[in-house]
Design a protein around this ligand. Structure first.
Ligand code: UDP
Ligand code: MG
Length: 311
């Protein structure tokens, strides 16, 4: 049984496979611990899979899990978790934005007795938009979910076997692993790690995919959007009441002619209310859609094949 399991999702990362393996295995071989590396191919349509299989033939301890198609980063990690046998499990990205050289620091935190090691990216090498969006997410999520994390988005993270078992016992159709892991942790710690620019290729997240991930995080770990609906609704009802009273009073003092001229105010107010109602319906719909997905109990991923190193 290996002591350490590394899980890495790959989606169209052909330029990074060899580069990552070289740096990662150099670090792993310098450790005293036994290890396995689980590379999950998340339905890539470039040369990622054959390149991973080639690495697997050369490197003992490398396991390739090939998913049937693209299921998304977090589902791919879940598929990797299901194959882990290590006592300590570490996830990281395939594009070398998380330097493998940080692994020994994560192991140090495990040795100190922590069961979850969350990393905080220092000097993030991403676009301004992404950094700015992350800052908002981290603040918002900490406030809304009660889960306090400085960096929700960093996928370089260490988990004890128990946490991974907890996550696997509750396979959610769409989830956000850092927040879920935090939920199962007894003694979590945050450490600072360096961050690098993507070694090659482009980010696999379009704006739409980012938004969808954001909603997974928000709806998966917070009921605040629903509560905000209630608060906003109450506020608007109150406003409506005040406006209505004002119109009655003005009509009494200014006469019926004035009332006809107030029609546009009322229209404006009505459009506002109609818009707010649609917004509210949208939020409800988002949650109901997710409930529907969850009750269907479809698997979050489907495995095509698992290939292990054969001596
Ligand atoms: N990834 C994946 N499936 C997807 C999207 C991304 O397995 O549908 C992997 C990707 O190959 C990489 C990691 O998730 O290893 C992070 O993706 P990326 O670097 O594109 O995200 P960013 O750094 O832009 O947040
Ligand atoms: Mg990246």
């Amino acid at each position: 049984m290996p002591k350490l399991s590394i899980v890495i999702p790959f989606y169209n990362e052909q330029e990074n496979v060899a580069r990552l393996c070289k740096r990662l295995f150099r670090v792993l071989d310098s450790l005293e611990e036994s290890y396995e590396v689980i590379c999950v191919n998340d339905g890539s349509n470039d040369k990622t899979l054959p390149l991973l299989l080639k690495e697997k033939d050369e490197r003992p301890g490398l396991v390739v899990v090939d998913l049937a198609r693209n299921f998304g980063q977090h589902a791919a990690i879940m598929a990797g978790f299901a194959q882990c046998r290590g006592e300590w499990i570490i996830t990281m990205d395939a594009d070398l934005q998380n330097p493998p050289e940080e692994i020994p620091n994560i192991l140090d935190a495990f040795r100190q007795g922590h069961d979850l090691v969350a990393c905080v990216r220092m000097n993030r090498q991403d676009s301004l938009f992404r950094k700015w969006a992350s800052r908002i997410t981290n603040r918002l999520m900490t406030r809304m979910s009660g889960i306090s994390l400085r960096d929700f988005g960093c996928m370089l993270r260490g988990y004890s076997q128990e946490i991974v078992a907890g996550i696997l016992e509750n396979p959610e159709y769409r989830t956000f692993i850092p927040a879920l892991a935090q939920f199962f942790a007894k003694d979590p710690v945050e450490i600072e790690v360096s961050h690098e620019e993507r070694a090659a290729g482009d980010s696999k997240y379009s704006i739409l995919k980012l938004l969808s991930l954001q909603l997974d995080l928000l709806t998966g770990f917070s009921l605040w959007p629903l509560r905000m609906l209630f608060i906003a609704g109450s506020f608007m009802a109150f406003l409506g009441l005040v406006l209505g009273s004002a119109i009655i009073v003005l009509r009494i003092f200014l006469g019926s002619e004035w009332a006809a001229q107030g029609v546009f105010t009322l229209f404006a107010f009505m459009f506002f209310l109609v818009g707010a109602q649609f917004f509210a319906l949208g939020v409800l719909g988002e949650y109901i859609g997710r409930i529907f997905q969850a009750v269907r109990r479809r698997p979050p991923y489907i495995i095509g094949a698992i290939k292990r190193h054969e001596p």
